[in-house]
Design a protein around this ligand. Sequence first.
Ligand SMILES: Cc1ncc(COP(=O)(O)O)c(C=O)c1O
Length: 1022
Amino acid sequence: MTDSCVLPSFSIDQAANLASRLFDLDGALQALNGERDLNFLVSTDRGKFVLKIANQQEQYAMLECQHQVFQTLAQADLWQQPVTSVESINGKPIESVTSAAGETHYCRVLPFCEGRLLSIVRPHTPELFHDLGKKLALIDRSLQDFNHKALQRPLLWRMTDALETLRRFKPMLATPGKRALVEHFETNFRHRVLPISNDLRQSAIHNDANDNNLLVSGASAWDQQITNIIDFGDMVYSWTVAEPAIAAAYAMLGKQHPLACAATIFKGYHAHLPLTEPEISVLFDLIGMRLCISVCICAYQRSLEPDNAYLSISEAPAWEMLQKLRGIPHDFAHFLFRDACGLEPVANCAAVKLWLSNHQNELASIVDPDLRNDPLLVLDISVSSSLFANPKNATDSAAMSKKIDRMMEDNGCLIAIGRYDEYRLVYGGDAFVDADGYPRSLHLGIDIFMPATSAVYAPLAGTVFSVANHAQAFDYGGTVILQHQVHQNGQPTLVFYTLYGHLSPDSLRSVSIGDVVNAGQRIGRLGTIDENGNWPPHLHFEIITDLLGETDTFVGVGSAACRNVWLSLCPDPNLILGIAREKLEMPGANADQIYRERQASINPALSLSYREPIHLLRGSGQYLFDASGRRYLDAVNNVPHVGHCHPAVVAAGNAQAALLSTNSRYLYSIMTRYSEKLLEKFPQKLSVCFFTNSGSEANDLALRLARHYTQRQNIVILDHAYHGNLTSLIEISPYKHDGKGGTGRPGHVHKASMPDTYRGEFRASPAEAATRYAKLVNDELQAAQGPGGAAAFMCETLLGCGGQVVLPEGYLQAVYTHTRAAGALCIADEVQVGFGRVGTHFWGFETHQVVPDIVTLGKPIGNGHPLAAVITTREIADAFNNGMEYFNTFGGNPVSCAIGNAVLDVIEDEQLQVNAHRVGDYLIEGFKSLQQKFEIIGDVRGLGLFLGIELVIDRESLAPAAAQASYISERMKQGGVLISTDGPLHNVLKIKPPLCFNRTDAENLLAVLESVLKEDFARINN
Ligand SMILES: Cc1ncc(COP(=O)(O)O)c(C=O)c1O
């Protein structure tokens, strides 16, 4: 868009008349937005069209040029729905029309392009940006030989004339700060772009691939594509590379990781129209310049329309991005874009590596003894390290240091090594974030652990580039950087740096900037914990190919997202140290390898979660960590009840495993102590305990107990229930036997409807629902009285696989009364629900004021350890004791009992039941307020931290939104929060986190859920 233009004045009727008279298009007209054309949508039997009446300033030549461009692009077969001008009845693509005021305007008709604007589509996925890059490249490729005189017209938005646009409008910027910001990018443009402008190809480009000019198809994030680009009014002959840069400038706005968005567009572009190295080198500057042009023109427009508040709002994201871009080292962005285009990120990295490998024999040892020959211990500080946690202070570091010393001593080594290219969790806090907003966890140097005061020597000759003390906690402490120059014919041909961190600042008095040091010359000594940034004494040694403008430091840890760039900035220090390669090899496989091995050797009936399964290495509290150190908030795993790898539980298990692990044929007190403690949690009548290894075993035993006691066989259960994986339990689990691969309900099993008051048969009469659903159970109990007789009614006390259904008040009381009247036993499956999860009570059955005859426990009972239990009455237990021994090899072994005991202690000590109540209520409230905003949320239900959100296509028909539920779960995982889906219709979001889930976690979950709910996924097919 150039200077503001006055739109032509034609009424809808006049426009309809034009469409019919000139283009033979008869149909309904609707006004559309347009900045320089007056636009109307014309809907006819032949399809939809846009009638465009140009403003008076519009030159015929430009419209003619656009027409030719459409023809060229149509031949290139780029889009499913190509845009070509519709010829008038006179055979012309462009007609002249006269307004009522007697003004002449050009008028044309284009087909209406279906699709949604990128500006309103959410999310903007990497796949979509890649496709954007690809589509722009295909356009530019088709236009490589295209030219037209109109493309040379003066245009404020032409990148080649950027300085002229800034000269005119920069003075209109509101504040000196804003002018200074623009000048920063202007200077870069002068120094980096103009000098190589002859190396930048020129061609006809669209020149305005902003998110309001791009159309997107697809029902959700999974299948989005750019289907068309509209508004060719800003087309110019300009630098070809400006095309992807302009698209990136807009795509980055408001993004958390803007460089990644840009890099993805460039990757897509480069794959179809390769960019040259000079072109890649100006991408970052052109992005900045496009945003500067935009804010300057905006300032000009505001001067013409001072009351137009929208202008200020629309430029805010551009200012924000300019501010952000100024803080990003130019070279970092450049290297990232080189990487996206398949180049070595830092061009001289390969030469540095080659030179070092060719000169290995001339290098001196960096410490004494020599790492190349003397024994050394390689430490595992990776995500899966069992040795190190994130040190929070000097005391933690002292403990860490002692541990390392002990290990060195045990292994007879004087040196321990921390690896290069290792993902670690020891770095936390805001400082460990990269320029594009990604957390940094990738170690870029090699650590050499030795006693404080150990000497450090220069491994090769160089000049002291910097000497500094970075005294902040968890920084480097004393630091030296040496510069190394490689000369050829007396000229420096290669420059690189080596960094020595965690030195004693005092030991650096002898070196000064500019000093020449020789190989083997001492440059400092290792600092103590207090001197070196709070770390255990060690040297962080790093090679640096480009300092990114730093003068006295360089990061020692990079991000997983930009790994290629970081490893090119900091190549392997072992090129200098020369440690035997095999000593440094990392054990463990990557996700792809594990997946392949799993396909080969593990039954595929074991399913994996997520399109891209997560390779987990560590759990802690409510968090899980993947192989790159990425942290996920776990809002779905109810087995690690008191938190993943709770130290008290782990310690109890370890201690007992080290002492005695045997079976229940011997006497040991931990079993009785544990059973007593567990039974204290139950009403008095439930006084006998059996221990098993899984919830399934517990339920199977419960069936046996009931059948023995009643001497009957038949079991009544609820529809959609799941009670376990044993044959006996698949038989009573409609979730399995009525599902895929199931063989249906056997004769001895009787199934009643589950009391779902949201969508079940009695939802219209909630007051009577409990009684009417209970009567259905009674009907089945009566039917079960046939051959075999009714032995038991079994149900969960909150229906998990049924879809997190809360039983209606009074239901369980009525059902238990019917069951007992039928002479059958009441079995409560608390495998998922128990141990304080429901918040108000310890057990789910307590929320219904009933006492079952048999209760089964599992999952949370051992916090991940295979432990389960059956609790029953003395009478029922005695009936079972009929002479046949009940032996369970592992059930009730001392280690399991010690673990179960510790779990009960932690629940109590950390008041996790109260926490479940409090945080659960907060979540329910949050979900309900999301329900007000998002129609798709049909029902919110649950107790404590056992929660469900049922999704529906519409609230009247209750049509289930299953595909949408799975989309949300998948996108939340991408957002770092793990939930899952469940329910007979697969449309219930399931939330049942470890009970240490706190208020901040709940806020995080709600925020991620809300942002996903705002995305476009309603139209995914179910
Ligand atoms: C309600 C219920 N009962 C029993 C079981 C079986 O437990 P396990 O998998 O430990 O055998 C499960 C497992 O998902 C369950 O959800």
